[in-house]
Design a protein around this ligand. Structure first.
Ligand code: UDP
Length: 423
């Protein structure tokens, strides 16, 4: 295929029944609902296989749906550099950045999708019964104009709380064509979308991936050492793509304040760059390297893979579990799976006062919500000074994720939508 790569077969198999172990999830409801939908076809389409939250979700959602008897596929749409420059611009403007697309940019974005849609129609191979398509985020959205005869869901994962109206106006006719629109927060829903055609659904994590299954202390120590950290000194970590909305500079500012009180403190910004659909990351990483690379206690991970042959999953797992402080100081955030991942590992996360982070963190109960580097530093110092407080808040954090943000909750939301839409 020229425009798509079909990843459906290479995904690690999942067994939904393992979720029986988590008492607070809607396990039974999912099983019951899935019985009614067995054999239906779901086509998930996005533009990245290896980076960002959407890929993280699909890596588990697709095989879990398969394990429930649904015939789910995951197609990743490829793109040229120019296409991804334009779609990142759209992403940024949807999150509130000023500006607008040129006529050429609009044309390129629409035409690329039109061409890709032809290939997609071949994928159906004439069989459109019992099938629906989910277009994740704006990159593949214009294909909606060319897919006939099957319900199409637009699942927007980004923060639309302060959207640039010009870009939203441009996307409006596309979104209006969707049979259903799904966002992560009711404030993100554009006013022109009818409530009956919309759902709010929170992203979720998979308890059984290598990123989330518990590592023991010895493994964590060894991984931290291998990647160049000193496990005997405190570590503060933010795991994020190098992106202005994740405020890496703000994290460094907070760290420099906290470091005055804890001179031993090390900082990690982990955002392995696997390119695909995020062309901004390289430049941001290079700038930070130039500014802070000479400080041996600031560790910036922006290469393609972690040092020492460690897998990305174990790298993130060890950092989220083994750090004394976990930060996610985003200015805009659709949801923030990194917050969920760390909270599941019993970390009270210090999060920015943004979008989906506020659905996860209840200030001073299971973490902290901050509006500035200074406030971030204050709570970093609090966590470093009071391990007992950290432990009890961490327990709350874990409980929050078990109750609301594990895969069965997400699957139930999706199955409900599928049932409504599919013939
Ligand atoms: N991630 C990763 N390796 C990295 C940086 C990030 O695997 O070096 C993962 C992270 O663990 C999370 C996802 O990328 O699962 C980021 O999702 P999130 O919703 O936090 O942000 P997004 O990138 O979608 O804006």
């Amino acid at each position: 295929m020229e425009y798509f790569t079909d990843h459906s077969e290479e995904l690690e198999k999942e067994n939904f029944d393992r979720y029986k172990a988590f008492k607070h999830t809607p396990y039974n409801k999912v099983k019951k609902m899935a019985e009614k939908l067995k054999g239906m076809n779901v086509l998930h389409i996005n533009t990245a296989f290896n980076s960002g939250g959407v890929a993280e979700i699909l890596k588990s959602q697709v095989p879990l749906e398969q394990s429930l008897g649904i015939n789910s596929h995951w197609l990743v749409m490829k793109g040229s550099d120019e296409f991804f420059q334009i779609t990142k611009k759209i992403h940024n403007e949807l999150q509130g950045k000023k500006g607008s697309l040129s006529a050429h940019e609009k044309e390129t974005y629409l035409q690329y999708n039109k061409d890709a849609a032809q290939e997609l129609l071949d994928f159906f191979d004439g069989d459109k019964g019992n099938t629906l398509v989910i277009l994740h985020d704006p990159q593949p959205l214009p294909m909606i104009e060319h897919i006939e005869g099957v319900p199409v869901i637009s699942r927007i994962h980004i923060d639309l709380s302060n959207v640039n109206k010009t870009v939203l106006g441009f996307l409006k006719p596309l979104l209006l064509r969707a049979d259903h629109v799904v966002v992560s927060d009711k404030r993100f829903l554009p006013k022109f979308i009818q409530k009956t055609k919309a759902s709010i659904s929170f992203p979720a994590i998979d308890a059984f991936t290598q990123k989330n299954i518990p590592l023991d202390k010895v493994q964590i120590r060894s991984i931290l050492q291998t990647i160049g950290l000193d496990p005997d000194r405190p570590i503060a970590t933010q795991v994020s793509r190098f992106d202005p909305w994740k405020d890496p500079e703000g994290v460094i500012e907070a760290y420099l304040i906290a470091k005055k009180k804890f001179p031993d403190l090390q900082l990690v910004l982990a955002g392995l760059i696997v390119a695909e659909d995020d062309p901004e990351a390289k430049g941001i990483y290079a700038n930070l390297q130039k500014k802070y690379g000479s400080d041996s206690d600031i560790h910036l991970y922006g290469q393609k893979t972690p040092p020492g042959g460690i897998s990305n999953e174990h790298f993130i797992n060890a950092l989220q579990t083994g750090s004394e402080v976990v930060i996610q100081k985003s200015i805009k955030e659709g949801f923030g799976l990194t917050v969920t991942e760390a909270m599941f590992k019993s970390q009270p996360v210090i999060g920015g006062n943004a979008g989906g982070i506020k659905h996860q963190i209840v200030h001073q109960k299971n973490g902290f919500i901050v509006n500035s580097p200074k406030a971030c530093a204050k709570y970093m110092i609090e966590l470093l000074t009071h391990p007992k407080i950290k432990k009890s808040m961490g327990k709350e954090a874990r409980k929050t994720v078990e109750k609301h943000f594990l895969m069965p909750s997400l699957l139930l939301d999706h199955l409900n939508i599928y049932k409504k839409l599919v013939r």
